[in-house]
Write a protein that binds this ligand. Structure first.
Ligand code: N01
Length: 555
């Protein structure tokens, strides 16, 4: 039972909660965490800043928002019944379809009664005298919990660049990651979109069709592959569902957390040029990004091998875009293909053949300011009625650094991570006891099918909390040495690949001043899972388990 006491702060009635587990964030991770904590017989509550659950899929409501992993893979795997009953209407689900799925899961498993919406956690402090966290909400409420699960997401801190003059702009503006719930009607408008990452590439074709005129402000061209989306056909769905448990298991032990893509054994450089071309063409026609990423074993580790695929995609861009000057502007040349998140699109490059679309290179002539009339670059002023920022996020660390997270009397996490995040397994931070991260930096989270990683992390955390409860352990803390070894391993694996070469959000390159550290673990989800299981099997090697203020599990 949650011990809840109401009090009045100013004109607001707030509640002080005493819980076993406080969960920060009501997206896919936070919801699954409630389900598992309840299963242990513990009291748990999610604190969610939004007015609804869904996290990423609640906020990213821009036109064209859609998952780039196939729907049959991008879903929870914990319930075979749910897997079998849920019908995905398209090969790649749209944002509204995914949000409706998340709400269905929340209702079906009765999760909402333990979700407190419209509540942002502003601070959290651990007291070594009591082995408890005290969390403070933006409404002034106080929550006491033995454990804290940070399900705060990796792409949940939208970032509008610090453009001079934005406040003077007379038109409307919005960011992909905090899109107005009621939508935006661009009909008859002169629209500017800044940013050509996954979000920009998804919204550009749709907004181009609605707007009177669209200016795309591109700093860096990105590789994008066709999704080849379409309605979910029975010949895709039926065989998949017939083997769902086996496919889920295959995904768990794979590289990217998606089934159907066995680890490649051949080098791109060993394949004859004609055969390689045929392979890339087949993958292009099939649609999706994982096929490319797993087609040859040196795709992401050897620059020459990578270049064979990069050049194939560049030729495709040149063949689609009619104006050769525009085509060359769209051709990515500054990073190996796949080292930034590979985008998936529907009609992206074709959009530049429209008369009402103009591509503006803001690398050679950077945006100097936003004026009351539009965007001014080094060369000219573009008059606009609306601006859509698809400029990304303070990824992976932004949401955690925004919370004043600390052990009483010690440095805040934001300061501890000043030179970049350091974690043990991406699940725990040395010096921050009883706090767990879901898909944190140092884990394969963002380089995987996120829901699969979320389930693996939450399951692992659940087992650890159960282990502690059963042994009257009240404090779980990663050892600094174990963390150092893990960080070194994460770096060593990253440095053996081409990933760190790219100026991606994986290295924080999109945030001026952010330390350049490659944050995800790219050893693959199967390898990582084995490592986590080994740590557990060895009595949670690398963790100091102490204290004796036991938690009683009900049931
Ligand atoms: O953000 P991004 P995103 N002036 O950081 C540009 C996931 N996601 O929201 O490359 C001008 O990738 C910036 O330029 P540059 C997915 O994991 C998934 O698109 O830094 N331009 C870049 O073009 C994805 O990777 C899905 O030179 C500026 C863009 O803004 C991640 O979210 C859909 C600028 C930002 O691209 C983030 O994607 C959407 C400036 N000052 C998102 N500052 C799917 O599942 C930044 N830019 C399909």
């Amino acid at each position: 039972m949650t011990d809840t006491e109401a009090k009045t702060v100013g004109r607001l009635t707030v509640h002080d909660d005493t819980l076993d587990v406080a969960i920060v964030g009501g997206g896919l991770a936070g919801l699954y965490a409630i389900h598992r904590m309840r299963g242990l017989g513990l009291t748990a509550r999610v604190y969610e800043a939004g007015s609804g659950v869904g996290g990423t899929w609640f906020w990213n409501r821009y036109p064209g928002a859609r998952c780039d992993i196939e729907s049959l893979e991008y879903s929870y795997a914990f319930s075979e019944e749910l897997d079998q009953e849920w019908r995905w209407p398209e090969r790649y689900a749209t944002q509204p379809q995914i949000l409706s799925y998340i709400n269905h899961v929340a209702e079906r498993f009765d999760l909402l009664r333990d979700v407190q919406l419209n509540t942002r956690i502003a601070a959290a402090e651990f007291d070594r005298a009591t082995d408890r966290w005290t969390l403070r909400t933006d409404k002034g409420a106080v929550v006491s919990a033995r454990f804290c699960i940070m399900a705060t997401g990796n792409l949940s801190t939208p970032r509008v660049p610090d453009f001079k003059g934005l406040e003077t702009f007379k038109g409307n503006w919005c960011h992909s990651g905090m899109w107005p719930a009621e939508g935006v009607d661009f009909s008859g408008q002169r629209v500017g979109i800044i940013g050509t990452g996954s979000s920009g590439i998804q919204m550009i074709p749709l907004i181009a069709r609605q707007a009177k005129h669209l200016h795309v402000f591109q700093r860096t061209p990105n590789f994008s592959l066709p999704a080849q989306n379409g309605p979910m056909e029975p010949d895709r769905e039926d065989p998949h569902k017939a083997r769902y448990p086996a496919r889920r298991q295959e995904a768990r032990m794979s590289g990217f957390g998606v089934s159907g893509y066995p680890s490649p054994t051949q080098s791109a450089l060993d394949a004859p040029a004609e055969e390689r071309r045929r392979r890339y063409e087949e993958l292009w026609q099939r649609g999706g990004s994982i096929g490319f990423l797993t087609c040859y074993n040196d795709f992401l580790v050897d620059a020459k091998a990578n270049e064979t695929a990069a050049e194939f995609v560049r030729e495709k861009i040149r063949s689609i875009v009619r104006d050769p000057t525009v085509a060359e502007m769209l051709v990515p040349i500054d990073h190996p293909i796949g080292t930034k998140r590979l985008c998936l699109d529907t009609g992206y490059y074709e959009t530049y053949n429209r008369d009402n679309v103009l591509l503006v290179d803001v690398r050679s002539a950077p945006i100097q300011e936003i004026t009351e009339r539009g965007v001014r670059t080094a060369g000219r002023e573009y008059e606009l009625d609306a601006i859509a920022f698809a400029t990304g996020f303070d990824a992976m660390t932004g949401a955690l650094r925004e919370i004043d997270l600390r052990v009483k009397g010690e440095a805040a996490l934001a300061d501890v991570w000043e030179a970049g995040p350091r974690t043990y397994l991406g699940l725990s931070v040395a010096g921050f006891p009883n706090m767990f991260l879901v898909t944190g930096p140092g884990s394969p989270g963002v380089k995987s099918q996120m829901i699969l990683s979320i389930e693996q992390h939450v399951d692992w955390i659940t087992d650890l909390i159960a282990y502690a409860c059963d042994r009257s352990i009240s404090r779980i803390e990663a050892e600094h040495e174990a963390q150092d070894r893990w960080v070194a391993h994460v770096n060593e694996v990253a440095d053996s690949t081409l990933y760190p070469v790219a100026n991606s959000w994986y290295v924080g390159a999109n945030i001026p001043g952010k330390p350049r550290v490659f944050m995800p673990y790219v050893g693959g989800v199967g390898v990582y899972r084995r490592k986590c299981d080994e740590v557990a099997a060895n009595g949670y090697q690398g963790f100091i388990l102490s204290g004796s203020r036991s938690l009683k599990r009900a049931g």
